[in-house]
Every structure is written in structure tokens, then in C-alpha cells.
Design a protein around this ligand. Structure first.
Ligand code: SF4
Length: 61
């Protein structure tokens, strides 16, 4: 699984960075992906973060 963030959609709410700091980090006012190649044991949590993102800015590939 790969993950990325659409910086044009992200509102910087920090929900994903609070819940998965090893995957998502804040950069200026938006989140960015620190670990684009998601480890298998984090895939469910990343999917949940994508589902929970209020801006639907987390894109799983
Ligand atoms: S949860 Fe979504 S809107 Fe909030 S910081 Fe993460 S990517 Fe951005």
C-alpha cells in the first residue's frame, strides 16, 4: 500500500498526524506523508485515517 496527501484538500486539522505520527507529519499548515510505503502492519490504521480525514485528502494507491 502507498499513501499520499492532496495538499490542496488538506485543511491541516492534524487528525492524521496525531493518530499516526510515524506515517503523517505536519509541514507548515498541511500534513505530508513521512512514510509513503506503508508497512503491512500499519495498513489498516492508514485506511482508517483516510476514512476519517474530514477533507478526504488522504489518498491510498
Ligand atoms: S486528517 Fe486530512 S485534513 Fe486533517 S491533517 Fe490529515 S490529511 Fe489534512
Amino acid at each position: 500500500m502507498k499513501v499520499k496527501i492532496d495538499a490542496d484538500l488538506c485543511t491541516g486539522c492534524a487528525l492524521c498526524t496525531d493518530s499516526l505520527p510515524e506515517i503523517f507529519v505536519m509541514a507548515d499548515d498541511v500534513a505530508e506523508v513521512a512514510t509513503p510505503n506503508v508497512p503491512a502492519n500499519q495498513e489498516a490504521a492508514v485506511q482508517e485515517a483516510a476514512d476519517d480525514c474530514p477533507a478526504e485528502a488522504i489518498i491510498i494507491e
